[in-house]
Design a binder for this molecule. Structure first.
Ligand SMILES: C[S@@+](CC[C@H](N)C(=O)[O-])C[C@H]1O[C@@H](n2cnc3c(N)ncnc32)[C@H](O)[C@@H]1O
Length: 360
C-alpha cells in the first residue's frame, strides 16, 4: 500500500477525481498505453491486473488510459513493467479540469524536496506539461531532472478530464532490439517480434514460478519472453530442426527454461501436465510447416488436448491462440469459453486474431 499517497492540502478538494466523474472506487493507479493496436494494450493491462490482483477492478478513461483500484505499489510496478504496450504505470494522485487545479490537488510533501522529478505526457501539449512541472517544483521544492529523475509525474488528457499520476521508481525502458528475430542465432520468417510475443505471454495470466507452454514454438519468441519474466517455460514444435533452433535461441540469450521438445501438439496424448497457461501462434499459410494439415484442424485438435494438460483446481486457466482472422475458429467448447478476441491488421491479405480461451 502507499504511504500517504494522497494527502489533500484542504479537507474537501474542489478538484477531486469525483468532480470530473471518475468512480471513487477506481482511484488507486493508472496506466498509459502505447497508441499501437486497437484493443490489445488495454487487454494486456487487464490480464496482468487479473494475474496479480484477481479482485481488483479496472476502468477505461480513454483509448490510451486505464485506471484501477489496485493500490499496492509493488504490484503496480510489476504490472506496468511486464506490460509490453504500457508506457507508464503509477499511483493515481488526482484529476481535474486544468493544470493549475491539478497542481493545487497535490500535497506539498508528495515527494521529498531533495529529490528530482520529471513531468511526462503522451497526450498533452508540451507547454502545458512544462507549466505543470513549474507548479510542482514551486509546490514541493524538488528539482526537475530530465536525464535521471527519481520520480516521474505523468499527466494525461482523458475523456473525463486531466489525470495526474506518480511513479516513484522512474520508468522502464525496454530493449526489444537485442531480441528481435534477426538478432537471434536461429531465424525463420515466421518469427514474431518480442513486443508482441511478450503481450501474448501476458494474456495467458501466468505468474513468476508458474508453468507456461507454447506448443507451436517455432523460433521460440514467446519462450524467450516468458523465461525473461521468471516463468517456468516449456515449448514444443513438430519439426525437430526448428525445436533445436528454438533451443539454440534460448541458450544463445542465456535463458533459464525447463525444456523444448519435438512433439505434435495435435496428438492424442501430449507429454505435458500441470501447465498454468498456454499462449501460441498457430501455423498457417505454408503446407510444409503444418505437414498438410489445415490451420482449422490444428486449432480444433490442439484445443481438444489443451484442457487436459492445464493444472486443475486453482481457478480458471487460459489458452491464448493467435491465428489468421479468416479461419473458422473451431475449439473445444465443452472445456473452454471464448473470453476475448482482438485483431491485428498485418497487411491487405492478413489480419491476425488473438482468441483468448478460458477454462469453464
Ligand atoms: C507460426 S509458427 C510459430 C512462430 C513462432 N511464434 C516464432 O516466433 O518463431 C508455427 C510453428 O508451428 C509448428 N507446427 C506446425 N504443426 C505443428 C504441430 N502439429 N505440432 C507442433 N508444432 C507444429 C511449425 O513447425 C512452426 O514452427
Amino acid at each position: 500500500m502507499f504511504p500517504a499517497a494522497i494527502e489533500w492540502s484542504s479537507a474537501a478538494p474542489p478538484n477531486s477525481a469525483f468532480s470530473i466523474g471518475l468512480d471513487a472506487e477506481m482511484i488507486g493507479s493508472f496506466y498509459v498505453l502505447s497508441g499501437e493496436e486497437l484493443t490489445l494494450p488495454q487487454a494486456e493491462i487487464r490480464a496482468l491486473i487479473e494475474t496479480y490482483a484477481p479482485a481488483a477492478k479496472t476502468q477505461s478513461l480513454s483509448s490510451r488510459v486505464i485506471s484501477s483500484n489496485l493500490n499496492d505499489s509493488a504490484l503496480i510496478q510489476r504490472v506496468s513493467r511486464r506490460a509490453a504496450y504500457c508506457r507508464f504505470g503509477g499511483e493515481f494522485l488526482c484529476a481535474a479540469d486544468s493544470v493549475q487545479a491539478l497542481a493545487d490537488g497535490i500535497s506539498k510533501s508528495i515527494i521529498d524536496p531533495d529529490s528530482s522529478f520529471e513531468v511526462s505526457s503522451e497526450t498533452l501539449d508540451r507547454s502545458l506539461v512544462g507549466d505543470l512541472g513549474a507548479l510542482i517544483k514551486q509546490r514541493t521544492g524538488a528539482r526537475v531532472s530530465l536525464e535521471e529523475p527519481q520520480c516521474v509525474f505523468q499527466v494525461e488528457s482523458t475523456d473525463r478530464g486531466l489525470v495526474l499520476g506518480l511513479s516513484r521508481s522512474g520508468f522502464k525502458k525496454f530493449s526489444w532490439r537485442q531480441r528481435r528475430p534477426r538478432a537471434r542465432k536461429f531465424f525463420l520468417p515466421s518469427a514474431i517480434y518480442p513486443k508482441l510475443a511478450c503481450l501474448l505471454v501476458n494474456l495467458s495470466r501466468v505468474k513468476e514460478g508458474e508453468v507456461f507452454l507454447d506448443p507451436f514454438c517455432g523460433t521460440g519468441s514467446l519462450l524467450i519472453e516468458s523465461s525473461l519474466m521468471g516463468i517456468r517455460t516449456i515449448g514444443s514444435d513438430l519439426t525437430r530442426w526448428i525445436a533445436r533452433g528454438a533451443l539454440l535461441n534460448l541458450k544463445g540469450l542465456s535463458m533459464d527454461f525447463e525444456g523444448i521438445l519435438r512433439c505434435d501438439a495435435t496428438a492424442a496424448k501430449l507429454p505435458f501436465h500441470s501447465v498454468d497457461g498456454i499462449s501460441t501462434d498457430v501455423p498457417y499459410g505454408r503446407a510444409s510447416s503444418t505437414r498438410g494439415k489445415e490451420t482449422e484442424t490444428i486449432v480444433r485438435e490442439f484445443s481438444a488436448q489443451a484442457s487436459e494438460i492445464l493444472a486443475r483446481g486453482k481457478g480458471s486457466k487460459y489458452c491464448v491462440i493467435m491465428h489468421p482472422s479468416h479461419i473458422k475458429f473451431d475449439f473445444d467448447s465443452t472445456a473452454f469459453e471464448l473470453a476475448e478476441r482482438h485483431f491485428i491488421y498485418v497487411h491487405r491479405n492478413l489480419t491476425r486474431a488473438v482468441s483468448v480461451l478460458r477454462t469453464r
